[in-house]
Each structure stands twice: as structure tokens, then as C-alpha cells.
Design a protein around this ligand. Structure first.
Ligand SMILES: [Zn+2]
Length: 204
């Protein structure tokens, strides 16, 4: 596959977050985030948190279990807003104003933690996170949603074409915008097998 377009990896955080519900485009999405610890584990897996900060946040959640539960609800509300926004975008429709508002409401808390850090001979954006804060793991997600929505190649964001309602989002980096499936291994091969079967049936 021709990977001709380079996207900063962090732009995908928001899509990965939307993908934390399986079968999101079906009638019965399957939730994968059942606790604050699930959120932490997911953030660590995709590279938002180091193991050290993941540990800190889990300890913070253990100290304030009610806050952690409330935050999980807010995180899922944000995820659903992000999901609906990108679903609209990939369908060439306008997102709901209420969904944009849910995202916009998170911007001040997110951007107030950004800072410039020096690393060797260059500078980069970093997060000011001396104190463990439960919403720390959403900052990179919110920033990625804001930056991806304003990215010049937003049209490369796609939703898996699977007809069962896989619903996964991905960034199509192929030169000719030809990618249709989240992965060939799951949805892609199934679609290919179905086409093959349909052809055989037509021939018969
Ligand atoms: Zn899929």
C-alpha cells in the first residue's frame, strides 16, 4: 500500500477514542469502557499515558471513586459527541451544534494545560501535569479532535464500510483515497468473501 500522506500520529487519538465502542454504527454498540481503569488502560495502550502516569491516575481514582465514576460518564458523553461529529463529517453532513458544543466546552480545560517544552535542539508541545488529574487522559483526545477537524485533509477521515455496523473510524493515507475498511483482516476480507460468493451465485 502506498503511504504517501503523513499524518501526525496524535491526530488519530480522537478516532481511536470513538472506536472504544465496538459495532458503533449498529443498533447495538458494545461498550468497552466499564470503569475509569478501563479508560486508563486504553490511554496507556494507544500512547496517551506512560505507565507512570497511568499508575498515578489509577491511584487518584482509588482515592476519589465517586469522581472517577462521574468522570467516566462525562468521558463517554464526549466520546459519543466525537463519534457523531465524525460520523456526520464522513457522511458529508453538518455535525449537530450540540455535539460541537460538548467538544468546545472541553477546550479551555484542555488548552490551559499545554506548554512548550524543549527536547534536545527542538521544541514541542507538552502537557503540564504535575498533579494527577482525572481528566488528564482526555486532553490529548480533545486536542486531536480540534486539530483533526481543522486539518486541511479532513476528507481522509473515513468510517469502515462494513455493512454490519463496525463503525470504526480511520485515516485513509492511500494516495488515491481508496481504503474502505478498518482492517482487511476483519471487515475487508469478509466483504471480499461476500463479493466472491455473490459472483459465484450469479455465474451459477
Ligand atoms: Zn470494520
Amino acid at each position: 500500500m502506498d503511504k504517501s500522506v503523513i499524518f501526525p500520529a496524535y491526530l488519530e487519538y480522537c478516532l481511536e477514542f470513538a472506536n472504544t465502542a465496538d459495532w458503533h454504527a449498529s443498533e447495538q454498540p458494545v461498550e468497552t469502557l466499564h470503569s475509569y481503569a478501563d479508560l486508563v488502560a486504553w490511554s496507556q495502550r494507544i500512547g496517551i499515558l506512560t505507565s507512570g502516569s497511568a499508575e498515578e491516575l489509577n491511584q487518584q481514582a482509588a482515592r476519589f471513586p465517586l469522581d472517577a465514576t462521574t468522570f467516566l460518564g462525562q468521558a463517554i458523553e464526549l466520546r459519543e459527541a466525537i463519534y457523531r461529529i465524525f460520523r456526520a463529517v464522513t457522511a458529508a453532513q453538518s455535525p449537530d451544534v450540540a455535539d460541537l458544543e460538548i467538544l468546545n466546552a472541553r477546550l479551555p480545560a484542555t488548552y490551559s494545560h499545554l506548554q512548550i517544552v524543549q527536547s534536545g535542539d527542538h521544541f514541542a508541545w507538552g502537557w503540564r501535569d504535575e498533579e494527577p488529574q482525572l481528566d488528564r487522559l482526555l486532553w490529548p483526545v480533545v486536542r486531536s479532535a480540534a486539530d483533526l477537524l481543522t486539518f486541511s485533509e479532513l476528507n481522509r477521515v473515513k468510517q469502515c464500510a462494513d455493512d454490519r455496523g463496525c463503525g470504526y473510524f480511520f485515516i485513509d493515507t492511500t494516495r488515491n483515497h481508496s481504503r474502505r475498511w478498518c482492517t482487511m483482516e476483519s471487515c475487508g476480507n469478509r466483504a471480499k468473501a461476500r463479493r466472491h460468493y455473490a459472483r459465484q451465485r450469479d455465474d451459477a
